[in-house]
Design a protein around this ligand. Structure first.
Ligand code: PNS
Length: 160
């Protein structure tokens, strides 16, 4: 069976935690679609195009990963595209309630949809895009938090 899964998120910007989940998913499934989406509760710092470009560069070594972006519901996109599995990373108990709510809501909208959680690598449990934005914008060192190939671009945007 040829299995395609989707990894949705804001990716504002991509972190090593995201890359870890995407890399592990790419080893488990035939194809991984990474979807850069609108989270109506957040105002992004990086434009959609910037987030896509950063992700494209970060996953350039993973041939079965594709970056997409669309406006609208994830559950609807999955229905239209024949995707039945969402893969997300779970960092800590603090993530659980929010992720659980989204998984249930997506299943209500599209009953064929399952959400699978991969536990975050122990080096990434503390890591978030918002922490990267805050540290980077105040001149802190984010080199341990974001993929090396996109580090300089993230830093230059955050320091503007
Ligand atoms: O990285 P985030 O911000 O936690 O990801 C949340 C995201 C973007 C996956 C979620 O907000 C989403 O799926 N947005 C697309 C619109 C949608 O389907 N909303 C209903 C989610 S239950």
């Amino acid at each position: 069976m040829n299995k395609t899964v989707i990894c949705p998120g804001s990716f504002d910007p991509v972190t090593l935690g995201h890359l870890d989940i995407i890399t592990r998913a790419s080893g488990m499934f035939d194809k991984v679609i990474v979807a850069v989406l609108v989270n109506s509760g957040k105002t992004p710092t990086f434009t959609t195009e910037e987030r896509i470009q950063l992700l494209n560069d970060a996953v350039s070594g993973l041939p079965n990963v594709e970056i997409v972006s669309f406006k609208g519901l994830l559950a609807e996109y999955c229905k239209q595209s024949g995707i039945d599995t969402i893969v997300k990373g779970l960092r800590a108990v603090s993530d659980f309630e929010y992720e659980f709510q989204m998984a249930i809501a997506n299943k209500k909208l599209n009953p064929n949809l399952e959400t699978i959680f991969l536990t975050a690598d122990s080096d990434s449990t503390f890591l978030s895009s918002s922490m990267v934005r805050e540290i980077g914008s105040m001149g802190g060192d984010i080199s341990n938090f974001v993929p090396a190939c996109v580090h300089d671009r993230i830093v230059s945007k955050l320091r503007k």
